[in-house]
Design a protein around this ligand. Sequence first.
Ligand code: ATP
Length: 478
Amino acid sequence: MPNSTALRDALTQSPNNLSLLLLYGRACLEELHLDEAREVFTRALEQDPDQTDAMLGIAKVLFMEGDTSGAAVRAERVIFLEPTNAQAHLLLSRVYLSEEDRTKAIEHFDRAAQIDGTMSDPALERELGRTARDARKTAPAPAAEPASQEAPMSGGGDQDEFFEDPFDDPPYDWRPETFYAPGDPERGNVTFADVGGMEELKEEIRLKITYPLQFPDLYKAYGRKTGGGILIYGPPGCGKTLILRAVAGEVPCNYLSVGLHEIFDPYFGSTERNLHQIFETARANAPCVLVFDDIDSLAMDRRQIRESQMRNLVNQFLHEMDGIRSENQRILVIGATNQPWALDPAFRRPGRFDQAIFVAPPDAPARAQIIELLAKDKPIAEFDTTELIEATNGFSGADLKWVFDRAAELALSAAIHTGQPVPITLELLLAVAKAHSPSTQEWFEGVRTHAQTNEGPDSIFNDMRKFLNAPSNTKKER
Ligand code: ATP
């Protein structure tokens, strides 16, 4: 949270900026300048009498001053205007607790936890003897928030196809196989620290989902929205699946990963309906990251499709992704593929996968990181990694892993036959690496063919051409 002095200075430049007023009010609250906070929130309410953040701000000021009934009246009004305002429920929980009505306090606490999957309030949890996780388990996930009146995340729908959503009826009972709420122990312990390189991609994911949750007011003040679509593409074995898994361990919100078998399920309705249900589940649990690995099987170029059923599925997918659907705010969709040329170009329109990031074979600093990760917890003799980094130019992360696995096998075999511990040495790793060709070579050959037939301005091919033409990458990929 920025400090109040900086925000007050910003407000002198732009005194009627509602978002800045709210941000400043919140900072005053944090710093316990209660009179100033009340004055600022009142100014915000003069601009918009139904501004729920300002109303809630005043309710918090009153609560801190000991006026619990004044706080309750305003928090109730916020909930009347915005039934899924988790902060208002949380405040009411505190109000009821201070009035020793535990039943009501727990009721509002549970509601807050069910609405906001990232909510946690250790002090209140201790006093209530109940964790947010317990609260989420006791009731079904909340319904989606009412459609926002704000402008869409970014414009642009599929202008060339009129598409009517056939699934306006209530969703049937469908449960995803991989759905994690924040704090679920099953989320796994893979995080971005376990993925070498990909700094641009990691930061893009943080910008689109992590930071907006950490600094919601700043995002409002700058008019930035949460979520969107990121397509990641590149040769096999370079860590696309790994980073999708790491997103689960990294982002502080719900995470839904979809296996293709969950969509192409012959026993569970049509594929379009299944896909629709997946998006509905993500929307009902926003903020949420929705992940599709091998997205090329789902988002195929319609010009190459013969069966009408598959075309319908692609149309449905495009429709679900549309940025003009305001309910898609606070959902980040990440798709991964090693065949970007097989995707329908309509997925690259604004409001769908706006961002396409090329995951190239790791460069030298990324290889250094991966080597360090692979060497961890193995019986490895001390060595300077410079020579190995150089010898593995063009290797994918999977190739590097193979080098370490193979060297470990050889060292193990030697240990068994000699009866002595045999460490994995630099010489052994270098010998294995030198006998191995990067598995990405074939993929880059394919890219050349596709790049030749796709001379257009598409950044997907430009990125890959740029990579292929860089002098430092000519050694092994060519
Ligand atoms: P495909 O396109 O074939 O699905 P991929 O790009 O998804 O391939 P992964 O399956 O994520 O590649 O990578 C295979 C394995 O290689 C990983 O499980 C990991 O052990 C190792 N690996 C690849 N890239 C990295 C990386 N950047 N950092 C650490 N390990 C990596």
